[in-house]
Design a binder for this molecule. Structure first.
Ligand code: GLN
Ligand code: ZN
Length: 580
């Protein structure tokens, strides 16, 4: 409905660009890869007809992250000067476009992966491009598959990666070099780039055969794992009874999501440790002091289920990746995550396994400080995968299962160390959902399976928690239920518990803690605000199954506000107990 006005503004902008002598304008339309309503698809024709009227600049309509094959006829007819396709995510779509590709358009092929960090197979890619060039001639353009926003800048800056592993990688600078090399091969013939082709071939062969990647023990374990491994011993109702007996919690138990403020004292200890200024032992002592402080604070506030606060963790994925086999870390591989935030995603390059326990000592120490239940705190397999650069030489599902088995080992070690509650965070669970609805069931199948494989090995009276945040959950409720976590904590406060309605009508079977305040806001809500949200929650979820918690971890907040907010949250739970 707003399109007309919007197109008028685009037309004006294009006209101004034309006056300034701009010859080409790229217009990104990745939305075309989604399952759009027919009306949106039809609007393409009139929209681009209007934009086209000025004729100059020429428009390159750019799509990426999925196939647009189903719109190929319409796109070929569109009055634009060129189309760009992502052949990394969807190589199959090419044929639909090559068939009678219009004489007046260029075709830009995204053949160098803009979204991952692996070196391009130049020989294979050149071969593909050469075959397309026969028909298209000069109308063939070569490009990265998508913007390089998601790619780190330059692999040459990495001095600490093993040389062979480094030789398998291409960051933004290298990717542009690959594009240039391919174009040279097309223009001057493959002998002109023979040296580059040889290097690329050698690197790919070496990578495929590298013992660094393949671990027969991991393969064997994966082959031997069964659906029984991904299934708890008893159904939820039976577990709930045993867990209630074991923990004897009050109604509306209070807890937090895991992290407490990452203060400057934590950050400076970590930095000093990294610089080598303080040793392993001094660092551990400093972290233990932080943990002790967090435990004391939680006891004073009166929370029912405690956490150790995650002081020792730089990042919830990096921390585990650093301790797992199959993960590597760049020094400078920062990419934007959202807004002005950046992350340095791990690189999963080989089969994943856990050489030794990762969190058990910290857990033991934290639990030794209190008689209240201490939640073990882990990052789930789907989030580990989703927030890393992943392998491109095996299906994602397989990498997820490998990570799941590694986490499973940790879960069982935590249980053996006395942890009665273990939280397996999956904030990226929804984010991994494929863009096309037709691919979603398959994703949800393996993602659910991976989570279950990680958590299902425990006894009935061990309580598995999970946490998800900042997503629309209502379209994946059956998958969330299928995770079969005993307790799920989710973000709901920003939508005033609206998100919960879905859980209510779906009759979500297990316990849940809908976040009662938004930790991303500096505003500390009143007890009354939280009570209002909790009462709304009670209207849709059986109050006997409700937990009380913030909607995410507290690491970005300061202590004064955290204390105030949690005190009020505990007060809200106490008031609620007198009313229900
Ligand atoms: N346990 C993590 C924390 O509290 C969860 C973070 C997240 O949901 N992104 O920080
Ligand atoms: Zn969260």
């Amino acid at each position: 409905d707003l399109l007309d006005g919007l197109v008028a503004v685009y037309a004006e902008i294009l006209e101004r660009l034309r006056k300034q002598g701009v010859e080409w304008v790229q217009i990104d339309e990745p939305v075309l890869t989604l399952d759009l309503p027919q009306r949106w698809i039809e609007a393409l024709d009139s929209t681009y007809a209007r934009l086209h009227s000025s004729r100059i600049p020429k428009l390159l309509l750019c799509t990426y992250f999925e196939s647009v094959a189903e719109h190929s006829e319409r796109l070929k007819r569109l009055p634009v000067a060129g189309l760009h396709l992502d052949l990394i995510r969807s190589p199959q779509q090419l044929d639909a476009f090559l068939d009678r590709y219009p004489e007046d358009k260029v075709l830009s092929l995204g053949v160098v992966d803009g979204r991952n960090i692996w070196r391009c197979n130049l020989a294979e890619t050149l071969q593909l491009l050469e075959s397309v060039q026969q028909g298209l001639g000069k109308r063939l353009w070569v490009a990265p598959s998508c913007s390089l926003l998601h790619s780190p800048i330059n692999v040459d800056a990495e001095t600490k990666l093993a040389p062979d592993l480094r030789s398998w990688l291409a960051f933004g600078t290298q990717k542009l070099g690959e594009v240039a090399t391919l174009v040279r091969g097309l223009n001057e013939g493959s002998p002109a780039i023979q040296a580059a082709l040889d290097l690329s071939n050698a690197s790919h062969t070496q990578r495929q055969r590298s013992p660094r990647i393949h671990d027969p023990a991991v393969a064997q374990r994966l082959a031997a794992s069964t659906t029984a491994d991904a299934t708890r011993q008893s159904p939820y109702a039976a577990r709930q009874e045993k867990q209630r007996l074991r923990f004897d919690l009050p109604a509306f138990p209070t807890t937090t999501i895991g992290s407490f403020p990452q203060t400057s004292s934590i950050r400076s200890a970590r930095a000093a440790h990294k610089r080598g200024a303080i040793g392993e032992e001094a660092y551990a002592t400093a972290m233990k002091e932080e943990i002790a402080l967090v435990v004391r604070q939680q006891e004073t506030i009166g929370l029912d289920v405690l956490v150790h606060g995650e002081a020792e963790r730089n990042d919830m994925v990096e921390y585990f990746g650093e301790q797992l086999r199959g993960f590597a870390f760049s020094e400078h591989g920062w990419v934007q995550s959202y807004g002005s935030r950046c992350v340095k995603p791990p690189i999963i390059y080989g089969d994943v396994s856990r050489p030794r326990a990762m969190t058990v000592e910290w857990f033991r120490y934290a639990q030794s400080l209190t008689t209240k239940p201490m939640k073990g705190m882990l990052t789930g397999p789907v989030t580990m995968l989703q927030w890393s650069f992943e392998r491109d030489d095996q299906p994602r599902a397989q990498t997820a299962r490998q990570i799941a088995l590694a986490i499973r080992d940790e879960v069982l070690d935590l249980e053996a160390a006395g942890a009665g509650m273990i939280q397996i965070d999956e904030p990226a669970f929804r984010e991994g959902l494929p863009l096309k609805a037709s691919a979603r069931a398959e994703y949800l199948d393996w993602a659910v399976e991976a989570f279950r494989l990680a958590g299902a090995g425990v006894r009935d009276d061990t309580q598995i928690h999970t946490h998800m945040c900042y997503a629309e959950f209502n379209d994946i409720l059956s998958a969330i239920a299928a995770l079969d976590a005993d307790v799920i904590t989710i973000e709901t406060s920003r939508s005033d518990m609206e998100l919960l309605k879905g859980f209510g009508s779906f009759r979500y079977p297990n316990e849940m803690g809908p976040g009662v305040y938004d930790i991303h806001s500096p505003r500390v809500p009143d007890t009354e605000d939280m009570l209002t949200l909790l009462r709304k929650a009670c209207a849709v979820i059986d109050p006997r199954r409700l937990w009380v918690n913030p909607d995410c971890g507290l690491k970005t907040r300061g202590w004064p506000e955290v204390e105030l907010a949690l005190n009020r949250m505990v007060a809200a739970a106490q008031l609620l107990r007198t009313q229900y």
